[in-house]
Design a protein around this ligand. Sequence first.
Ligand SMILES: NC(=O)C1=CN([C@@H]2O[C@H](COP(=O)(O)OP(=O)(O)OC[C@H]3O[C@@H](n4cnc5c(N)ncnc54)[C@H](OP(=O)(O)O)[C@@H]3O)[C@@H](O)[C@H]2O)C=CC1
Ligand SMILES: CC[C@](O)(C(C)=O)C(=O)O
Ligand SMILES: [Mg+2]
Ligand SMILES: [Mg+2]
Length: 343
Amino acid sequence: MAKVLYHNDIQEEVLKSKKIAIIGYGSQGHAHALNLKESGFDVVVGLRKGKSWDKAVEDGVEVKSVADATKASDVVMVLLPDEYQPTIYKESIEPHLEAGNALVFAHGFNVHFNQVVPPADVDVFLVAPKGPGHLVRRTFEEGAGVPALYGIYQDYTGKATETALAYAKGIGAGRAGILQTSFQEETETDLFGEQAVLCGGVTSLVKAGFETLTEAGYQPEVAYFECLHELKLIVDLMYEGGLEGMRYSISDTAQWGDYVSGPRVVNEETKARMKDVLTDIQTGVFAKGWILENQVNRPQFNAITASESKHQIEKVGKELRALMPFVNQKAKAKKEVVSNDSN
Ligand SMILES: NC(=O)C1=CN([C@@H]2O[C@H](COP(=O)(O)OP(=O)(O)OC[C@H]3O[C@@H](n4cnc5c(N)ncnc54)[C@H](OP(=O)(O)O)[C@@H]3O)[C@@H](O)[C@H]2O)C=CC1
Ligand SMILES: CC[C@](O)(C(C)=O)C(=O)O
Ligand SMILES: [Mg+2]
Ligand SMILES: [Mg+2]
């Protein structure tokens, strides 16, 4: 088994004497800044004036411009959207890096695909939480954590590993497990996971199930509960006990249906398509397409986002969630964070 490190395996002294700049205060940024601060580290957030700036000030965090936060710090964690990182790095981070600083990422995309080329005299590493930023924060507040990967791209000081581990511990990942990776492995597996399974795979599966039921004349509300709402409850059981733990809780009828019908839907053909997706990631085809889409101001991204928001599952879901106060409360709290940190 790969070596997994936990809270008590890690010394954090190397980072205690350092100033940490968190560039960006969105999903990951607010979580890293607040978790590190509450773990006793010296944190400054780097931003432009706007919603995130106001939110960070409201949260009691020191805020400066991206350039000033970089200048003031020894460790600079880049938590801006991947697509804006190259320009902001070139304009406001790179000119202010000093020899021996650490340049850090939560995803290897820009370094791996050569969109950010760091100078030779800084440490470069990643600390990549394996979960959404809002849950990096929420689980930390609950006394738990989200697992993280760390990977070293460049070890100028000889202390990159020690610093990366202390950082990962500071955001609470030591409570869940910290695993070593490379920039290549993190980038390729993260892109694959979000495209084929966690986001793209799941949304396509949910929509196909919902459409199959509604097109057959079943009520959209029933289809929503069956194919989307209950998914969380089933995934919670997998999170707690794996596939076996989930199958323990469902009926034998469901378990038999799982065995005989699951592979009719997701099969060797699906796996072959997954391999195509992975190949496009490994060869840089996906990265090239995403970079070009941003260079022309996201025509496809915006059109798909608009058409997805009109899908019947979204309309019926909004109505049903409004009638479930426990779901709605969480959504409301999240919306407050999102509206404050989205750009
Ligand atoms: N989302 C996630 O859970 C995960 C993300 N990652 C990685 O973490 C990194 C950050 O992603 P994520 O947290 O989703 O990013 P977000 O989209 O949530 O970050 C938005 C933040 O960036 C700021 N920002 C945008 N443009 C600028 C600018 N020009 N100057 C200064 N600040 C700016 C925004 O401020 P403003 O309010 O002013 O717009 C906001 O604070 C990425 O590398 C991503 O791949 C890794 C694991 C999971
Ligand atoms: C699954 C999507 C993710 O990779 C994440 C939350 O881990 C992301 O890039 O947001
Ligand atoms: Mg991820
Ligand atoms: Mg990702």
